[in-house]
Design a protein around this ligand. Structure first.
Ligand SMILES: NC(=O)c1ccc[n+]([C@@H]2O[C@H](COP(=O)([O-])OP(=O)(O)OC[C@H]3O[C@@H](n4cnc5c(N)ncnc54)[C@H](OP(=O)(O)O)[C@@H]3O)[C@@H](O)[C@H]2O)c1
Length: 255
């Protein structure tokens, strides 16, 4: 995708920006002119993405933040405003999936961790930024990373799937409640994308073949495949789009 200046003078917070889809999105937003605040738990990975963005001529700030911890999320928003004076775009990308197995065997610790990081954190970050945007009478764009697993059964990943279904519900309700303030809220629903997150699934030859056999485009997704739709939803090119989900799965859900 050719870089444009469509996001110039905008600031974005991207959670889970140290690797995988979040790192690709952060670099994509920066290439289109946005200042990007990079968040995840470990500063080391974020610093590498920060350096790559500055080397490419962009502007980024690395800030360690655990998306399951409300006080750290408040600190992230404060740091973004302190450095850039505004936040116009939020990409809720960080997520966790600590349990692979049937729902009957999942324990409450796994449930709590998955819901805290995948749902409560994105809710807290979106609300904190939306409140400021409303106070400042400024428009904004919130983009939530859902998953094709949120719209159907997700055997062996059931709790993760439930958090992604809830993300889709949150996206629609926030879109309706915040539309009057010109804050748009949309979701991206990737299929299987090659990252550390999905490495276990892809290493299983049977699962990989099942996915590839059903994927119209005949290949697995790469983090870069998610970037264009995110830049589009962040920019004014999507000014009349809210409450929607863009599925990025190479045609998997079409068959
Ligand atoms: N890969 C897929 O096949 C796929 C498919 C559909 C949807 N998705 C969604 O796409 C998003 C990104 O996934 P990915 O595949 O790029 O994952 P990934 O490569 O594992 O990256 C996850 C990112 O989230 C951060 N993170 C993890 N736990 C965190 C926490 N508690 N607080 C803050 N940051 C945290 C990680 O950094 P730290 O370790 O430094 O915290 C890392 O930057 C997720 O929402 C995922 O559900 C992925």
């Amino acid at each position: 995708m050719q870089p444009t200046k469509s996001l110039e003078n905008k600031t974005a917070i991207v959670s889970g920006a140290s690797r995988g889809i979040g790192a690709a999105i952060a670099q994509g937003l920066a290439a289109h002119g946005a200042n990007v605040v990079l968040a995840s738990r470990k500063l080391d990975g974020l610093k590498q993405v920060e350096a790559a963005i500055s080397q490419a001529g962009g502007t980024a700030l690395a800030h360690a933040c655990h998306m399951g911890k409300a006080d750290e999320i408040d600190g992230l928003v404060a740091a973004a405003y302190e450095r850039f004076g505004a936040v116009d775009i939020v990409v809720n990308n960080a997520a966790t999936n600590p349990f692979f197995g049937p729902l009957m065997q999942a324990d409450w610790g796994v449930w709590d961790k998955t819901f805290e990081v995948n749902l409560k954190g994105p809710f807290a970050l979106s609300r904190a930024v939306a409140k400021r945007l409303i106070d400042q009478k400024k428009p904004g764009s919130i983009i939530n990373l859902a998953s094709i697993a949120g719209g159907r059964a997700a055997p062996m990943q059931g709790i993760y799937g439930m958090t992604k279904a809830a993300i889709l519900s949150m996206t629609q309700t926030m879109a309706v409640e915040l539309g009057g303030a010109q804050i748009r809220v949309n979701a991206l629903a990737p299929g299987l994308v090659e990252t550390r997150f999905s490495a276990g699934l892809i290493a299983n030859a049977e699962i990989k073949k099942m996915v590839l056999d059903r994927t119209a485009l005949g290949r697995l997704g790469q983090p870069e495949d998610v970037v264009g739709a995110c830049v589009f939803l962040a920019s004014d090119a999507s000014a009349y789009i809210t409450g929607q989900t863009i599925t990025i799965d190479g045609g998997w859900s079409a068959s």
